[in-house]
Design a protein around this ligand. Structure first.
Ligand SMILES: NC(=O)c1ccc[n+]([C@@H]2O[C@H](COP(=O)([O-])OP(=O)(O)OC[C@H]3O[C@@H](n4cnc5c(N)ncnc54)[C@H](OP(=O)(O)O)[C@@H]3O)[C@@H](O)[C@H]2O)c1
Length: 197
């Protein structure tokens, strides 16, 4: 086991709805002031600013592992170093290599495997489709969104499904370039009572 694995080990586990301990899932995204994460599926996140990128690196390196969709991976164009890059795809032609893992396993199974490998936290880094998959399975524990002072008018949202999920504010931070980082904890109790998925 290398140093990166040890970074993410066992400290940030949470209990799931059955009382079982599982790893913490933190969704990390940048959003325009009008709530968009991209203009379209091919739009790289090159508009979020230097300070947001720094924050992203800090959070994802601390977790040691990231989960993303294949379209997000394609906009990044490469595996990001020093972290496990798990890319969800149904395309069998994509081949895993080292810290770059392509998978079609369901979210819960991916988390179980990471947990077995010693990770205590994973960063869920988009896009809309994969965020929605995890939200539907009630697997997101924390949301960390950088609100960037830019407007797209049209585009993709954080999620693309009907939701009624309540969150509690944990922290706010103004970073350079007029951006605001908002950290929220997902309130699973309220959601469970309402029975929303
Ligand atoms: N602002 C931000 O912070 C931020 C962050 C992330 C992404 N983005 C933007 O979001 C856009 C991409 O988002 P998106 O919603 O279009 O795509 P996405 O969520 O990144 O990826 C969707 C892909 O995931 C795979 N997939 C979907 N469901 C799956 C399942 N059940 N099992 C296995 N694989 C599955 C499919 O890949 P295959 O077609 O290969 O099978 C699908 O095409 C880009 O423009 C990107 O820049 C923005």
């Amino acid at each position: 086991m290398d140093g990166r694995l040890i970074q993410g080990m066992g400290k940030r586990n949470v209990n799931d709805e059955y009382g079982n301990t599982r790893m913490k899932v933190t969704m990390v995204m940048a959003m325009t002031l009008d709530g968009k994460i991209a203009r379209d599926a091919n739009h790289p996140a090159n508009w979020t600013g230097k300070e947001d990128k720094k924050k992203f690196v800090e959070i994802t390196r601390r977790a040691g592992a990231m989960i993303m969709g294949s379209r997000t991976f394609d906009t990044i164009g490469r595996a990001l170093p020093g972290r496990k890059n798990i890319v969800m795809t149904r395309n069998k032609a994509r081949k895993s290599c080292g810290d770059l893992i392509f998978t079609d396993k369901p979210p819960r199974l991916i988390l179980e495997e990471l947990s077995r490998q010693g990770y205590g936290e994973v960063a869920l880094i988009g896009g809309t489709v994969i965020n929605s998959l995890f939200a539907k399975a009630n697997l997101i524990d924390e949301v960390c969104v950088t609100v960037v002072p830019i407007l797209f008018g049209r585009g993709l949202s954080l999620f693309d499904l009907e939701m009624d999920t309540r969150l509690e504010l944990v922290d706010t931070e103004v970073i350079g370039e007029g951006s605001l980082v908002l950290r929220y904890r997902v309130n699973k109790d309220v959601r469970d009572v309402r029975g929303q998925a």
